[in-house]
Ligand binder design. Structure first.
Ligand code: GDP
Ligand code: MG
Length: 762
């Protein structure tokens, strides 16, 4: 049997870095059973029969967040052979809080004291030996980033696992708690001895989630009608997030009405809490912190608490009330400018005009482009015309158009990954929290949006960390307003083909995305289903440090690769479909290949819906069709244009590929085309994620309707008023544009509705 090493630790303690160092490239990324939260597993480098599991980052083993539930269920139910607890040495006090709990699980524990490089740099020193004595488990000082001590930590973990040396709880609580534990332990017949203390503590904390499952034979096979009535959501085993959120809310009510139906247990709890004059959970938490406070002076020698670290000094400027926003704007501006307009654009021009165009020269020799190469090949093979069309005008044109923009995506992902790795991303959340709060929104909503800058699906999933149901729904609805990687080709195409790569186009989509989130938040918050105080937002600001190239490249590659895979599957199929529909149609009463695309099925479909987009300035059938295919995957907007504007043709004529595309738009209509496609309902994958997170068809439809209405209103106002100001006459459309603007302003400024309590089901 392979040994299982579970990596547990606080968020940002360095788990992923250590995981990568321990496993190298032998990794497997999947989902935790039943929930779509990333699960990473890998084989320990140089060790055939040991696997490492990267548990979600947690601060404690309470049942309050999905991550905590996943992590502790894994430890309790999957029986890892050893827990490798990664501790952020620069944040000992907070990190040890979790450690004290891990030591109570009856599993061998090894503590990896991480960030030792940063600790040394700050001049502090941590005495690993003293910590080992205090915790009673092996402690190894490491730097996951630099790779020092990593092998020793793995070795210690393997040794501890082989010895099956279960950790010994380190914290002794006050007499009341310890007395209650003693009274509870004998009641747990089915629980293995080393775990009884843990379950007794959980029972005292009234953590029903654990207690119910394992204790006193209380199994809840049949739902308790009283409880069903009291709970806001049904117990739904397929949806642990809802369940744990609901759980937190109804915890008090539930116990009051006889949650743990073991009268002896209830008596012990009541007696203990009476003696404490407080709930036992607080006393237990306090006990842990007292323990940590007691051992800390022996373990940690502070160099000096008065000097400011370099990181703090940077933060003094970067998160400064006055400078923070301009600096943030400048950084984002630079990132999009570099990715879309300069470096990215050079590479993309090469792929579009050279590789997928009429060739390029390499080491002084002329190399033909892919269309010409494949075209010659097909000619030589003497294939049928329709097959040549399918391959050249369908697949190569459609997929090639998207692939052409991959370099820009990679540059963007590289820069975003660097921003995240150096610690600035956390500051963005912090800075924007101040802005959000002014509008009554929670800064917590911004984490999903930062993630959504890569891809909307994990962004939407990250909304799970928001406990307030109303804020969570609102975040799910607005996260995809941020420009994800798949939208980048649309941005790059419009910015390049119509605005000649003007410096402001690409960055403005990011800021317009944030504006859309804030505006939507303000509008929605004023309606009853979303009204209420924003949730408090606490977040850790990691110390700044130089990112390592390997980590940044890895992150870039992971994200980039998923686009390449998409291009080979969804985009390819879509391109084939678009090609087929645009090449075939009824002419002269017979079905067949059509000479003129305007007679194709696709044109017929496009024309049927184009009226909808005409008020936004892009009423041509091809733009309508591109918008619709964009609902499958956003890259399709560009892929479809690639098929329709004949990549292969362009290569033959030797003209710039996107010139004919640009002919169909004015700057204004191109901008509304871009903004509508960015803010309208996202791709199928993201819609699926919205459906899962909302867990309700009604809310999903509401979200999609809102996104459609918002993007439509925005594009309508911009196009109609823009036309008016650029000299066009006043039309019915202009009137509607003004009406919509008034409605938007009213939505933003009206008096908020009273908060409505969350609806009770049944
Ligand atoms: P996780 O949230 O626990 O997975 O943490 P990560 O592995 O993502 O690390 C959080 C941050 O800490 C990243 O920016 C890492 O580069 C950084 N980090 C991780 N290990 C070390 C270390 O040993 N020293 C320093 N200075 N930074 C580290
Ligand atoms: Mg991680």
């Amino acid at each position: 049997m392979a040994l299982k090493i579970a990596l547990a630790g606080n968020p940002n303690a360095g788990k992923t870095t250590l995981f990568n160092a321990l496993t190298g490239s032998n990794q497997f990324v999947g989902n935790w059973p039943g929930v779509t939260v990333e699960k990473k597993e890998g084989r320990l480098k140089g060790q055939r029969d040991a696997t490492v599991v990267d548990l979600p980052g947690i601060y404690s083993l309470s049942p309050y967040s999905l991550e905590e539930v996943i992590s502790r269920n894994y430890i309790l139910e999957e029986n890892p052979d050893v827990i490798l607890n990664i501790i952020d040495g620069t944040n000992l006090e907070r990190n040890l809080f979790l450690t004290t709990q891990l030591l109570e699980l009856g599993v061998p524990v090894v503590a990896a004291l991480n960030m030792m490089d940063a600790v040394e740099k700050s001049g502090d020193s941590i005495h690993a030996g003293e910590l080992q004595k205090a915790l009673g488990c092996p402690v190894v000082g490491i730097s996951a980033l630099k790779g020092t001590g990593v092998a020793e930590a793995a070795e210690a973990a393997l040794k501890q696992a082989a010895a099956k040396q279960a950790a010994i709880p380190a914290v002794k609580f006050n007499a009341v708690i310890e007395g209650a534990i003693l009274a509870l332990e004998p009641l747990m017949d089915g629980v293995p001895k080393p775990l009884r203390r843990f379950y007794a503590l959980k029972t005292l904390e009234r953590d029903e989630k654990v207690a119910e499952k394992h204790l006193f034979g209380v199994h809840r096979e049949h739902p308790d009608p009283l409880r069903e009535h009291l709970t806001y959501h049904h117990h739904d085993p397929r949806d642990p997030i809802r369940d744990h959120l609901a759980h937190r809310r109804d915890r008090a009510a539930h116990y009051h009405h006889g949650g743990l139906r073991h009268s002896g247990v209830e008596l012990i709890l009541a007696a203990a809490e009476q003696k404490l004059g407080d709930d036992a959970e607080s006393a237990i938490t306090e006990g842990r912190y007292q323990f940590i406070e007691r051992i800390l002076p022996k373990v940690l020698k502070r160099h000096s608490s008065t000097t400011m670290s370099a990181s703090d000094r940077i933060d003094r400027v970067v998160t400064n009330r006055i400078c923070a926003l301009p600096i943030f704007a400048a950084i984002i501006f630079c990132i999009y400018f570099v990715a879309v307009t300069t470096v990215g654009a050079w590479v993309t021009d090469w792929t579009n005009d050279g590789l997928f165009g009429d060739g390029f020269s390499f080491l002084g020799r002329d190399v033909p482009g892919i269309p010409a190469l494949v075209g010659d090949g097909l000619k030589a093979a003497g294939t049928a015309d329709w097959l040549n069309g399918l391959i050249l005008d369908g697949i190569i044109a459609g997929v090639g158009a998207v692939i052409g923009f991959v370099p820009q995506m990679l540059v963007l992902f590289f820069l975003l990954a660097a921003l995240e790795a150096c610690g600035y991303m956390a500051r963005i959340a912090f800075i924007l929290d101040r802005v959000f709060r002014r509008f009554g929104l929670s800064g917590k909503s911004f984490i999903p949006m930062l993630i959504g800058t890569g891809c909307g699906v994990p962004g939407i999933m990250a909304s799970r960390t928001i406990e307030n149901e109303k804020d969570r729904r609102m975040t799910v609805m607005t996260t995809t307003f941020m420009p994800c990687g798949a939208k980048l080709p649309i941005i790059a195409l419009v910015s390049g083909a119509l605005f000649g790569g003007a410096w402001w186009v690409a960055p403005s989509t990011y800021f317009l995305g944030i504006f859309s989130v804030v505006a939507s938040g303000v509008i929605l918050k004023k309606t009853a289903p979303f009204a209420g105080e924003p949730a408090p937002f606490v977040m850790e600001l990691p110390a700044y440090h130089l990112p390592t190239l390997v980590n940044v490249l890895r992150s870039m590659w992971e994200r980039g690769w998923s686009f390449v895979k998409k291009a080979g599957s969804i985009i390819l199929l879509s391109a084939v479909a678009v090609w087929f529909l645009s090449s075939f149609g009824f002419s002269g009463g017979a079905f067949g290949m059509v000479e003129d695309m305007n007679g194709s099925i696709l044109a017929a479909v496009g024309n049927a819906v184009a009226w909808l987009f005409a008020p936004l300035g892009f009423g041509a059938w091809d733009a309508a069709v591109a918008t619709i295919t964009g609902l499958v995957a956003k890259e399709n907007v560009v892929g479809t244009m690639g098929v329709l504007y004949g990549f292969a043709d362009a290569a033959e004529n030797g003209e710039e590929i996107w010139t004919s595309f640009a002919g169909g738009f004015t700057k204004l209509s191109a901008f509304t085309f871009l903004s509508f496609n960015l803010y309208c309902p996202p791709c199928f994958a993201a819609i699926g994620a919205i459906r899962r997170e909302m867990n309700s068809a009604k809310w999903t439809w509401f979200a999609l309707a809102y996104q459609f209405a918002y993007s439509y209103a925005l594009a309508l106002v911009v196009y109609q008023l823009g036309s008016l100001f650029s000299g066009a006459g006043f039309t019915v459309g202009t009137a509607f544009g003004f009406l919509t603007l008034v409605a938007l302003v009213f939505g933003l400024t009206r008096k908020p509705a009273a908060s409505r309590p969350l609806q009770k089901k049944r």
